[in-house]
Write a protein that binds this ligand. Structure first.
Ligand code: AMP
Ligand code: GLY
Length: 434
């Protein structure tokens, strides 16, 4: 069978790599993919991004199932368009994806269904927002309503920072129409975890939990990024807390969407803050798998991922079996010079060839590519940077300490001009265990 993955990041590389291991999958296409997917055996990139052409390709190639990685095509209705012509695709419709594409939709939905989240107020007028900020206390969190590629959230420690965030989003319109409206949210303290499930609209299959590292620098300092590293599982979700998250957040969300006439089928990612008294609260919903969380999650997933997705598409997810490697997987993102503001392209990535050869027989690590491209030079090919996050170097280990050591050993063999990576991925879990 042939499958098609939409997207070109590390998440899509990891999904494609896992699906290619299924005995039922002969060929995986990735549209548009990256250098990593181009160089994997049994995986082929296709240079298409427009929905009508993707439909044409899926029909021509008799694609069994298409899986959507990023949020943008979901927001553009790729699932609605594929379903209209009876093509099988896994992901939410644009209506269901509003849980991610509109913070106000998500907040109002959570309020209606009593899903725990931070208190908030919405504004489309800057003067009213300033007044609200001046009358209250800080920290506060300012969020643009629409999709902003990770740039739409400002945690303001001072009232001046809160004013500047309102100015940038509502007045200067730095994020375009994504910032036509904002919410100002209560600041929540605690530990962040990523809780991702698959659902067919009725049944729910939780994936292994994980933790991301959103800030650029060690110790969670510096600007927010798309994620600088992740590991799975985390020690912060006990089986009791897992059950509480399912009962108080995941089921109410999926059942609530169904009650409102929207079937939610796809991955659902709840970004959670676990408050000091053990209460999980939703920071955000995403209508897709996380990046970089997917990379360690896929390294731990055992068995046939294609069959699980097939069950989800056929609405028999209750019959799917999922098994996890009990070891910890930890992925370190290596980002380009200038990331996240202004990532530089075309830096030559060195040190990959041997590792990419070794990982063909050693499944305890994998170098997942994100922003990479192949450049022809003389008679040779070289891998160059082509985006903000370049690689996610992911390894398994009996403990998180070992997984961390294994991944850093690999990262230290790779080099490109200006490369940036954090030295402390997994530190919260390591502190806790010591
Ligand atoms: P989001 O894009 O909504 O995940 O927000 C980006 C990051 O901002 C999150 O990963 C949190 O670290 C932080 N954040 C968002 N909302 C809140 C909140 N209400 N309280 C504290 N931190 C938050
Ligand atoms: N790692 C955060 C995200 O995928 O949104």
């Amino acid at each position: 069978m042939k499958v098609l993955i939409i997207g070109g990041g590390g998440r899509e590389h990891a999904i494609a790599w896992k699906l290619r291991q299924s005995p039922r999958v002969d060929k995986v296409f990735v549209a548009p993919g990256n250098a990593g997917t181009a160089l994997e055996p049994g995986i082929e990139n296709v240079e298409i991004t427009e929905i009508p052409e993707l439909i044409e390709f899926a029909q021509k190639e008799s694609i069994a199932i298409t899986i959507v990685g990023p949020e943008a095509p979901l927001a553009d209705g790729i699932v609605n368009a594929f379903q209209k012509v009876q093509l099988k695709i896994f992901g939410p419709t644009w209506q269901a994806a509003q849980l991610e594409t509109s913070k106000i939709f998500a907040k109002e939905f959570m309020l209606r269904h009593k899903i725990p989240t931070a208190r908030y107020v919405r504004f489309n007028d800057a003067v009213c927002a300033y007044r609200y900020i001046d009358e209250g206390s800080v920290p506060l969190v300012i969020k643009a309503n629409g999709l902003a590629s990770g740039k739409g959230v400002v945690v303001a420690e001072t009232k001046e920072q809160a004013h500047s965030a309102v100015d940038a989003i509502l007045v200067a319109k730095n994020l375009g129409k994504a910032g036509n409206e904002i919410i100002i949210e209560e600041f929540l303290q605690g530990t962040e975890v990523s809780f991702i499930v698959m659902t067919d609209g009725q049944h729910v299959l939780p994936l292994a939990n994980s933790q991301d590292h959103k800030r650029l620098y060690d110790g969670d300092q510096g600007p927010n990024t798309g994620g600088m590293g992740a590991y799975s599982p985390t020690p912060f979700v006990s089986s009791e807390l897992h059950e509480k998250i399912m009962q108080e957040i995941i089921y109410p969300a999926i059942d609530g969407m169904r009650q409102e006439g929207i079937q939610y089928r796809g991955f659902l990612y709840a970004g959670l803050m676990i408050t000091p008294n053990g209460q999980p609260k939703v920071l955000e919903f995403n209508c897709r798998l996380g990046d970089p969380e997917t990379q360690p999650i896929m390294l731990r997933l055992k068995g046939d991922f294609f069959s699980i997705i097939e069950h989800a598409v056929n609405e028999t997810l209750d019959q799917a079996l999922i098994e996890w490697d009990l070891r910890t997987a930890l992925g370190i993102v290596v980002a380009a010079h200038g990331y996240p503001e202004n990532p530089r392209k075309n830096d030559v990535v060195q040190g990959l060839t041997g590792l990419m050869l070794e990982q063909k027989s050693n499944h305890d690590f994998h170098i997942f590519h994100s922003g990479t491209a192949i450049r022809k030079k003389d008679n040779n090919e070289e891998i160059v940077t082509a985006g903000g996050r370049v690689l996610c170097v992911t390894s398994l280990g009996e403990t998180i300490e070992i997984a961390q050591k294994n991944s850093y050993q690999l990262v230290n063999k790779i080099f490109f001009e200006g490369c940036q990576f954090r030295q402390d991925i997994g530190y919260q879990s390591i502190h806790r265990s010591s």
